[in-house]
Design a protein around this ligand. Structure first.
Ligand SMILES: [Zn+2]
Length: 64
C-alpha cells in the first residue's frame, strides 16, 4: 500500500508580497517565468531569474 501515485510536490513556493508602490498584498509564485506585476497599480514586484524570481518588493509570508 502506501501513497505511491500521488503527484510529487513541486519545490516551488508561493510568497505573499506587498507592493511597495500602492501597498496591495498579493500572492505570487516563486518560480514564475514572467515578470510579476502588482494587480492594482502595475508596479513590478518581481523579475525573472535563472530558476526563480528576483523579488523587488517586501515578502510578508512564505508558504514553504
Ligand atoms: Zn501596487
Amino acid at each position: 500500500m502506501g501513497n505511491e501515485g500521488l503527484v510529487p510536490r513541486p519545490k516551488n513556493k508561493f510568497l505573499r508580497v506587498k507592493c511597495s508602490s500602492c501597498g496591495n498584498e498579493q500572492v505570487i509564485f516563486s518560480a514564475a517565468t514572467t515578470k510579476v506585476k502588482c494587480l492594482v497599480c502595475n508596479h513590478e514586484l518581481a523579475d525573472t531569474g535563472a530558476s526563480k524570481i528576483k523579488l523587488k518588493t517586501k515578502v510578508l509570508e512564505n508558504y514553504g
